[in-house]
Ligand binder design. Structure first.
Ligand SMILES: C[S@@+](CC[C@H](N)C(=O)[O-])C[C@H]1O[C@@H](n2cnc3c(N)ncnc32)[C@H](O)[C@@H]1O
Length: 269
């Protein structure tokens, strides 16, 4: 879909163009990393729903580009999306639907017995304009990403996923809390306040005792949310701490070119 003139006036859209990121979304992962230091010293990462590739660019920039030629060989970054994208050095691409079991298996095989240190997912369905439906599909994508993560994350690993805040969000939080010791919701300044988008961040991945990785279709055994939802029609309300990012730029404002230049000049002096 073409960009509207409002999109083009957006500060992060302009910064992305200027700095060579494929999408303004890059700043959302950059701000998460700045806040939580998620990418420090990592070698193995999965980028789910990756096209056009700005998050993969961020992963490559932190995990691949600074390394020596010898150390680059140890880096494994895989980007998966139903849509194709231009190649990124240091990133292997897979054009597949993440909700297919065969895709999850292919991702697992890519790591050849090793485990990923981080799984990120910026997945969103094509908007139909029907908010309830879009949110439902988005939350199912998050659950799929968590499920894939349970197979491929190493103990102590991290997980970042876009999440739409809606009446089904608790369903994803419930699962996050089962598998991560530290869970929060992060709102980068690159994500508009007016948007229901936020990012759920899980750190210190740990499979619960007795948990059997039995299928990729996400109906985990003893899932407490399943039966509560069956009776009430809603998943149990689960809350997680909220962390905001206050940066120099605000995605809800429009800046004139002069302001951008002046702020940059001030910074350089
Ligand atoms: C917002 S874009 C991702 C932007 C990307 N993180 C970046 O920074 O360039 C959402 C992506 O999710 C992908 N997607 C949605 N559902 C998917 C699925 N089931 N399997 C794979 N990709 C999916 C879409 O094809 C789309 O490219």
């Amino acid at each position: 879909m073409g960009k509207t003139s409002k999109d083009k006036r957006d500060i992060f859209y302009r910064l992305a163009k200027e700095q060579g990121w494929r999408a303004r979304s890059a700043f959302k992962l950059l701000q998460a990393d700045e806040t939580f230091h998620l990418l420090d010293g990592l070698h193995r990462a999965v980028d789910l729903c990756a096209a056009p590739g700005s998050w993969s660019q961020v992963l490559a920039k932190h995990m691949y580009e600074p390394l020596s030629e010898e150390d680059k060989k140890k880096v494994k970054i895989i980007a998966v999306d139903m849509q194709g994208m231009a190649p990124i050095e240091g990133v292997t691409q897979m054009r597949e639907d993440i909700s297919k079991e065969s895709t999850a298996e292919a991702i697992i095989n890519f790591f050849e017995g090793e485990k990923a240190q981080i799984v990120v997912c910026d997945g969103a369905p094509d908007s139909t304009g029907m908010h309830d439906f879009d949110s439902y599909v988005q939350i199912e994508l998050v659950i799929t990403a968590i499920s894939i993560a349970t197979y491929i994350l190493e103990e102590g690993g991290s997980f970042v996923s876009k999440i739409y805040r809606c009446d089904k969000t608790s369903k994803a939080y419930t699962q996050m809390k089962r598998f991560f010791k530290d869970v929060c919701v992060f709102k980068p300044s690159a994500s508009r306040n007016s948007s229901i988008e936020a990012f759920v961040i899980g750190r210190q991945f740990c499979l619960p005792e007795g948990h059997k990785l039995c299928n990729l279709t996400l109906e985990w055994q003893n899932d407490p949310s399943t039966w509560i939802e069956e009776f009430t029609g809603y998943p149990p309300a689960v809350t997680v701490p909220f962390v905001g990012y206050k940066g120099e730029w605000d995605s809800d404002r429009t800046y004139g070119m002069t302001i951008m230049c002046t702020m940059r000049l001030c910074r350089n002096h």
